[in-house]
Design a protein around this ligand. Structure first.
Ligand code: SDX
Length: 393
């Protein structure tokens, strides 16, 4: 008790919103998007079809899917003025810093889709963001590696277009590897939405003031960047590289259990999943498949990851804390095998999650009587007291 106030430690936050988009059962390791299980969507669907499902609430028929994919394809280019915008960044800027700045700046380029009270402008902003995020992420990568930007092509699918914009160079044509394109598309799908996580809640709260969608998505990107959230995929692969060989795993497991050591196993644990993360299961299978198909199945990072998972899951500490691999544990191994630097892992998470942020934004904006968010606090500070002059202190 601090005088006027009694602090109730049993206070728990109430649900922040109603939503019909994604359902998670943390105990059972269930993740449904509009009722469809994530493992079925990852194996049978593809990212743009999942985007349609998340945005409009139902799987599209052939005509609806073709129309949606055509609208996205025809919005993949960015305003040519944006190319000049990039020259303001240092070449060694983290691509996430570029994503935050450039997506926020879309508010200055696409005035005709910032009025959220207009259903048509909301629709155009949604399509523009889904379509342009891969282009912006690829431009951020090209800028940081000192290579020329590669324009999107309308004859390529979403994932192939992204891979080509990242890895094509003027000196030679880039042949998209269909295995990598399929694995890339699956990574997009596995990261598409995840209920009220920190970055989605950031987008919802920012949007509740009526701010334009580009500014709100930029806020979500900023939140996702943190190592406890979307930045974990980069931190996880850097941790696996630091461990280096399987004989050093016990040393790092001991550190993760040591309360005096701030080190945590990156890619492990989750606020909601207390049994397993269904996305991690699909990602682990995809990592094995992609590396085998690429002929690098004896990749040391994969071997360390598989042995680390085995040893950690056999350790009573992790069982007691209910810690196990999450979506970020294996994703970096696939992205590294594709040729991405670790700095591009979180931008890829951000472009994948854009549909989740947009769908949740749309659901909230279209809710009748939407009000500005205003989280409450439990005040535990000083009670009332009079000011004293500096000479009397
Ligand atoms: C994502 O919310 C979402 O849905 C997010 C996400 C999405 O799709 O949007 O799923 C994406 O962000 C996945 C999580 C990626 N982050 C990491 O992998 C970073 C490492 N993980 C931890 O920082 C942590 O597990 C969190 C942040 C994921 C979860 O944090 P919580 O729920 O607040 O759990 P906690 O930090 O309170 O930990 C509970 C206990 C603690 O011990 P005690 O204080 O109870 O003694 O478990 C320990 C922690 O010390 N612990 C870990 C650990 N994670 C938690 N110990 C070692 N290694 C870890 N990874």
């Amino acid at each position: 008790t601090t005088g006027m106030f009694t602090y109730d430690p049993s206070f728990t936050s109430t649900a922040s919103c109603d939503s019909a988009i994604t359902y998670i059962d943390g105990e059972e390791g269930v993740l449904l998007h509009r009722g469809y299980p994530i493992d079925q969507l990852a194996s049978k669907s593809h990212y743009l079809e999942v985007c349609y499902l998340l945005l409009y609430g139902a799987l599209p028929n052939a005509a609806q899917l073709e129309d949606f994919e055509s609208r996205v394809t025809n919005h993949t280019m960015v305003h040519e003025q944006m190319h000049r915008f990039f020259t303001g960044y240092r070449r060694d800027a983290h691509p996430m810093a570029i994503m935050v700045g450039t997506v926020g700046a879309m508010s200055a380029f696409y005035h005709d889709s910032t009025d959220i009270s207009d259903p048509w402008q909301r629709e155009v902003a949604s399509i523009r963001l889904i379509a342009k995020m891969p282009t912006i992420a690829a431009m951020a990568y090209k800028y940081t590696v000192g290579q020329p930007f590669v324009y999107p092509r309308n004859d390529l699918d979403y994932a192939s277009n992204f891979l080509r914009m990242c890895f094509a160079v003027p000196a030679e044509e880039y042949q998209v590897n269909p295995i990598l394109a399929r694995a890339m598309d699956r990574i997009f799908t596995l990261h598409a939405d995840h209920e009220q996580n920190a970055s989605t809640s950031t987008v919802r709260l920012a949007s509740s003031s009526g701010a334009n969608p580009f500014a709100c998505i930029a806020a979500g990107i900023a939140c996702l960047w943190g190592p406890a959230h979307g930045g974990a995929n980069q931190a996880c692969l850097e941790m696996l590289r630091e461990i280096g060989t399987v004989d050093r795993i016990p040393e790092f497991i001991a550190r993760a259990k040591d309360k005096n050591d701030p080190f945590r196993l990156m890619g492990f644990g989750h606020r909601v999943y207390k049994n397993f993360d269904p996305r991690a299961k699909v990602m682990a299978e995809s990592a094995k498949e992609v590396l085998e198909l690429l002929g690098v199945e004896n990749n040391p990072t994969l071997q360390v990851a598989q042995e680390l998972e085995k040893q950690a899951l056999a350790d009573p500490y992790f069982a007691e804390k209910k810690l196990f691999p999450n979506v970020d544990f294996y994703s970096g191994i696939i992205l590294e095998a594709m040729g991405f630097p670790t700095s591009m892992f979180t931008p890829i998470f951000a472009l994948s999650r854009t549909i989740g942020w947009i769908s949740q934004w749309k659901e909230m904006i279209e809710e009748p009587g939407m009000r500005i968010g205003r989280p409450r606090q439990l005040y535990i500070g000083e009670t009332f007291r009079d000011y004293t002059n500096v000479e009397d202190r």
